[in-house]
Design a protein around this ligand. Structure first.
Ligand code: ADP
Ligand code: MG
Length: 373
């Protein structure tokens, strides 16, 4: 087989970092992207997470070259791409709708990008066979697209996106047409595939659990602006504002007041003594429901634990966990979620039952009340 200087014997491509600066895209007077700065590291799996209409697809299409931003820069490593047409960017793409060619077989679909690039027959056959093996469809190369299930079609779309060894892979809600079980299975498969290929990947979803499952880092986007870019762990445990806190996971917010010495209180509960606050800003305590725990007769060390006493308002048993909405004052509730076990009396709380909930001080999260950044 003739070998080209840029041939690579391993499946690992040399990945490229993406540097995005000041990216702005307007539709009429509406900003779909508003001055976005984002660094996607070489080889990382970065997820753009945000509600419908927040600008995720617009940003992905700008990286792929399918839309022209009004301002800003997109560099792949050191090369400015803003004026480079899509077919010159060497980017693999997977969409929610599979966009496969219905009149071609599975193998012909996967071979298509190689054909466009003038790859020789022998090498094409080898790469298609490798790609089929990678997505575990080796036996189905000769099938028609209409003879495949949804999950299999999405695997074909994936194989077609990476068969030409792009150095960047972009995926726009690729799993959202699949049912829950298959979606969760494919999330893990995609993660493994990414590890295997080592390609810089930007993945779009509006599903926070999917983002937490798959990503090295998550970029939370709202109204065309990035709200926070961080690891799943940091996004969940240290959200920078209320939007991020609300969008990722369940939470309760309790408004805080500040005394002359800078201590933060919720009603008469001391919440934090040394939190850096800015004057003029309001703060809230963010409580994740699974961080709360039930306190019985035991004595509690107030240096370590904040105690909220209240009454159960609503109780829902949901199998592996149960959920209790608990009123802790006239106007404030806490959501409390806990693991169930077959013998526990907690599994059958009733509305009106008194309950004491503990929160370790190390689990205190204070965030600014307003969501403007
Ligand atoms: P997402 O993918 O996060 O759901 P989009 O990037 O598709 O959001 O859209 C961001 C905003 O830009 C939305 O308000 C959408 O209506 C608008 N928009 C997207 N594409 C176009 C277009 N071609 N013409 C006009 N408005 C558009
Ligand atoms: Mg979209």
């Amino acid at each position: 087989m003739a070998s080209h200087p840029d041939d690579q014997s391993s499946t690992k491509a040399s990945a490229l970092p993406i540097h995005i600066q000041g990216l702005t895209k307007k539709y009429g007077r509406m900003y779909a992207l508003n001055n976005v700065d984002l660094e996607v590291r070489s080889g990382e799996f970065l997820t753009l997470l945000g509600p419908s209409g927040s600008g995720k697809t617009t940003l992905l299409m700008a990286i792929a070259g399918f839309n022209r931003p009004d301002a800003g820069s997109i560099r792949f490593a050191d090369t400015e791409m803003i004026l480079t047409p899509p077919h010159r960017r060497n980017v693999g793409m997977v969409f929610q709708s599979y966009a496969l060619f219905p009149h071609m077989t599975v193998a012909e679909n996967i071979a298509f990008p190689l054909k466009l690039r003038g790859t020789g027959a022998e090498e094409t056959a080898q790469r298609v066979a490798d790609a089929l093996a990678t997505v575990q469809l080796s036996d189905l190369g000769e099938r028609g697209i209409d003879q495949l299930s949804g999950g299999q079609r999405q695997r074909v779309a994936l194989a077609r996106a990476f068969v030409f060894r792009p150095r960047i892979l972009l995926m726009d809600e690729p799993l959202s047409a699949l049912d829950k079980k298959l979606r969760e299975q494919m999330q893990i498969e995609l993660k493994h595939l990414h590890e295997q290929l080592g390609v810089t990947t930007v993945y779009v979803t509006h599903d926070q659990r999917e983002a937490l499952t798959m990503s090295d880092r998550i970029a939370v986007i709202n109204d065309g602006k990035l709200a926070q870019v961080d690891t799943p762990h940091a996004i969940y445990n240290r959200p920078v504002n209320r939007f991020v806190a609300d969008f990722i996971g369940e939470s309760s917010m309790l408004p805080l007041t500040r005394d002359d010495t800078g201590k933060l209180y919720f009603e008469d509960h001391l919440i934090a003594t040394d939190y850096q606050t800015e004057t003029g800003k309001d703060y809230a305590l963010l409580v994740r429901p699974e961080r709360l725990f039930m306190i019985g007769d035991e004595t509690v060390d107030a240096d370590k634990t904040i105690t909220f006493s209240g009454k159960v308002r609503e109780f829902v048993f949901q199998g592996e966990t149960a959920f209790a909405l608990t009123s802790i004052s006239d106007t404030h509730d806490l959501s409390f979620r806990f693991g169930t076990d077959s013998s526990s009396s907690q599994d059958s709380m009733r509305p009106g039952d008194p309950v004491s909930l503990g929160l370790n001080r190390q689990d205190v999260i204070v965030i600014p009340q307003t969501s403007d950044q």
